[in-house]
Write a protein that binds this ligand. Structure first.
Ligand code: UFG
Length: 342
């Protein structure tokens, strides 16, 4: 019998790609999403890719009664992947309480239900934002975490702690926090991808929208960093590679292969690239010419970060595989399909 996995935020960007990989690996998926930052059509597109339409319920996990009712009706869930969260860094600075409520209360509600309804395993969607600007690069999982510049970043760090402490107090629970670096790209079918509402905050959606003519020009935030070309450096990871790591993490927990009840892994490529390098690679991969200008640094941005991926490579047997050009092309193909550009 196939294992039943709850994917919260499963119609979102990383969530939808993970649902595809789970279903293709034979898992039975049920999605909970309030559709606050995603579209119900994603379910049909997941079905087009995998042949299976995942089960779906629409509600916000902050609602504890609704969450309990869900677990009462859905028996036999063996693991949760918890993506559902508010994620706009700038908005979180303006509305900290909204972010703390949405992101922390949903985590607490889920953990309470795990204990009450005997759901033993959870994978949490964390972020490299918990490291702030590290002094030593690349960052390992032992690199000290720091206060974030944004409430959003702090919710990732605090949720890790809530998870760690709950597992310590409840030895029947096991969990893994996955710290993502910068996820980019889309499924090769171009049927699912990242669809930001309004003006994109993140680099690659802004690039593809500029190439599609929706934005006049890309603003490069700063060329005076202490890097080879002066622009900031990140570790950009293909979203399908990232999704596959979730399947590996779930399998690890279900098979009891975890070394401790709570584990943490960095998910990146191990390679840092500057903003200007990304622009250059995008132009090369797609043949498009990108209009851009250098503007002052963006508040809250760090200078550079990339992952030490040794632990994930060794323990999970997982490695980022896709080449950057293919990844950027997949982002462009997705943008073209959404905008109906031939
Ligand atoms: N950038 C630009 N122009 C843009 C958008 C981004 O130059 O229009 C630059 C940024 O300044 C940064 C790089 O591109 O140097 C990457 O920016 P993103 O916004 O794509 O990604 P971030 O590294 O800023 O954000 C990521 C995650 C967030 C997380 C944050 C914490 O996407 O979820 O790291 O550092 F909170």
């Amino acid at each position: 019998m196939s294992h039943k996995i709850l994917v919260t935020g499963g119609t979102g960007y990383i969530g939808s790609h993970t649902v595809v990989e789970l279903q293709e690996s034979g898992y039975k998926v049920i999605i909970v999403d309030d559709l606050s930052n995603s579209n119900i059509n994603v379910l049909d597109n997941i079905e087009k890719i995998t042949g299976v339409k995942p089960a779906f319920e629409k509600f916000n996990l902050v609602d504890s009664e609704r969450t309990e009712d869900f677990f009462r009706r859905n028996v036999g869930i063996e693991a949760i992947i918890h993506f559902a969260a508010s994620k706009a860094v700038g908005e979180s600075v303006e509305k900290p309480l909204l972010y703390y409520r949405n992101n922390l209360v949903s985590m607490i509600n889920l953990l309470e239900c795990q204990i009450k309804f005997d759901v033993p395993n959870i994978v949490f969607s964390s972020s490299c934002t918990v490291y702030g600007q590290p002094n030593i690069l690349p960052v390992t999982e032992e690199t000290p975490r720091q206060d974030s510049e944004s409430p959003y970043g702090n919710t990732k760090r605090v949720n890790e702690d809530i998870l760690r402490d709950s597992i310590a107090a409840n030895p029947q629970l096991t969990g893994i926090s996955l710290r993502y670096f910068n996820p980019i790209g889309a499924h090769s079918s171009a049927l699912i991808g990242e669809l930001p509402s309004g003006i994109p905050n993140n680099l690659v959606p802004f690039i593809t929208q500029t190439a599609a003519g929706i934005r006049g020009e890309l603003k490069v935030f700063g060329d005076d960093y202490n890097t080879s070309d002066g622009s900031a450096i990140r570790d950009y990871i293909n979203v399908v590679d990232l999704a596959k790591a979730h399947v590996v993490a779930i399998r690890r927990l279900l098979k009891g292969k975890n070394k401790t009840n709570y584990e943490v892994f960095n998910l990146g490529t191990g390679k840092g690239l500057s903003v200007l390098e990304i622009i250059n690679k995008f132009e090369k991969a797609t043949g498009a010419k990108l209009k851009y200008k250098i503007v002052p640094r963006r508040t809250g941005d760090i200078e550079k970060i990339w992952a030490d991926t040794n632990l994930a490579n060794k323990e999970l047997g997982w490695k980022a595989e896709k080449e950057l050009e293919e990844t950027l092309l997949s982002a462009w193909n997705w943008e073209k399909r959404v905008r109906e550009i031939k």
